[in-house]
Design a protein around this ligand. Structure first.
Ligand SMILES: *Cc1c(COP(=O)(O)O)cnc(C)c1O
Length: 394
């Protein structure tokens, strides 16, 4: 079979996986791979986690979907669980990260209307990625995401990355700014974390300007950085936080969590979704939260992330072709000074799945359930490849 009946939106690797378990995937030939991508930070519990699989199987035979015309018990339960875990108050459930951000941006527009601002602006930062819809690509940086899709949605102001004085100046210059939208660690942008102090400062700036602080935790959320939500490292609360990727461990579900003014902006009829928040999706979301909690996976991400970073530092940091090694928990970026076009293919040949973003940042997003032995294997397979690419030997 070929893929010529598909729109060519992806340059796919020449492999088709047929089965997965934990951090392992198997292709059509039965060859086994170690997965340090996890479906782009989605399968945080690993492939086919037994609890999630059991809940999926069970709920499929009970009730899949009724629509949001009716109350949905697991949706209410998931909203409560997320509120308790996040410090937020109310949730809207959808099917993807971009949709979660759309919801947050619509809330920002309603917040503007309440303030009698008719041409509101949302401050975003250089290097951001918020999704592929027209609104969210307008909020994003990067030619790959944006080029060809003008005219862009109005009302976004781009500010330098991790630069508090610049954000302060931008808020002062833009009295119509009603929200700041930012990722705690840029994912597609190259695993670039903002400082905890920056988030603390941003919280104060937003308070001073009555602007909503919206955190896009679609990639960082659900335990990957060592806390359930990355903002918890900084000890702040945003006004809205968006989730998706790992919330369903592969079953599509997104969420926009809100509190305070952001939780009271939308009224009945102003926003909606046919599929979002179904019985099935929310049962899965609940089972993911249960497993993260029971298996203490945020803690595991923090601890294993530290170990891996130390090992990468020791083996690679001094090599001429390594620019930096950074990240938090199990969201790790290794930046090379030059692009290495065939690195992902060579890793695949070594039976290791890695991702490269921004052409020269190796992005590791392994399942949080990765064992010590699997982490050893990851190092064994990755370090020699990177050492060679970076002009040294491991
Ligand atoms: C993946 C991602 C999105 C988009 O999510 P989709 O589910 O692909 O729409 C938005 N923001 C961030 C930070 C992401 O990593």
């Amino acid at each position: 079979m070929t893929d010529s009946a598909l729109l060519p939106t992806y340059a796919r690797l020449p492999v088709r996986f047929v089965r997965g378990q934990g951090c392992r995937l198997w292709d059509e030939n039965g060859d086994e791979y170690l997965d340090a991508v996890a479906g782009i930070a989605v399968c945080a519990l690993g492939h086919c986690h037994p609890d999630v699989t059991a809940v999926l199987r069970e709920q499929v035979g009970v009730l899949v979907h009724t629509s949001n015309l009716y109350r949905i018990e697991p949706q209410e339960a998931l909203a409560n669980r997320l509120a308790e875990a996040s410090g937020m108050e109310r949730a809207f459930f959808c099917n993807s990260g971009a949709e979660a951000n759309e919801c947050a941006l619509k809330i920002a527009r309603l917040h503007a209307a309440r303030k009698n601002i008719t041409s509101p602006e949302v401050l975003v930062v250089e290097g951001a990625f918020h999704g592929r819809t027209l609104m969210t690509l307008s909020a994003s940086s990067g030619a790959r995401v944006r080029d060809g899709f003008a005219p862009y949605a109005e009302g976004f102001v781009r500010v330098g990355f991790n630069d508090l004085p610049m954000m302060q100046a931008a808020l002062a210059q833009h009295p119509n700014a009603v929200a700041v939208l930012i990722e705690p660690i840029q994912g597609e942008g190259g695993v670039r974390p903002v400082d905890d102090d920056y988030l603390v400062g941003l919280r104060k700036l937003c308070d001073a300007h009555d602007a909503l602080l919206i955190l896009d935790e679609v990639q960082t959320g659900m335990g990957r950085t060592g806390r359930l939500f990355a903002y918890q490292h900084a000890g702040i609360l945003p006004d809205a936080v968006t989730l998706a990727k790992a919330l369903g461990n592969g079953y599509p579900i997104g969420a926009c969590l809100t509190r305070g003014a952001a939780a009271t902006a939308l009224t009945a009829g102003q926003h909606g979704t046919t599929f979002g928040g179904s019985h099935l999706a929310c049962r899965v979301g609940l089972s993911v939260l249960d497993a993260l909690d029971r298996e203490q996976l945020p803690e595991r991400a923090e601890q294993l992330g530290k170990t891996l970073m130390e090992r990468f530092h020791a083996a690679l940091a001094e090599l001429p072709g390594i620019e930096s090694i950074r990240g938090r928990g199990l969201m790790i970026g290794i930046e090379l000074s030059e692009p290495v076009p065939d690195l992902v293919a060579r890793a695949l040949q070594a039976r290791l799945l890695i991702n490269v973003t921004q052409e020269r940042v190796i992005r590791l997003l392994p399942p949080l359930v990765m064992s010590d032995e699997e982490a050893d294997l990851l190092c064994e397979r990755l370090i020699p490849l990177l050492a060679e690419a970076a002009g040294g030997t491991a």
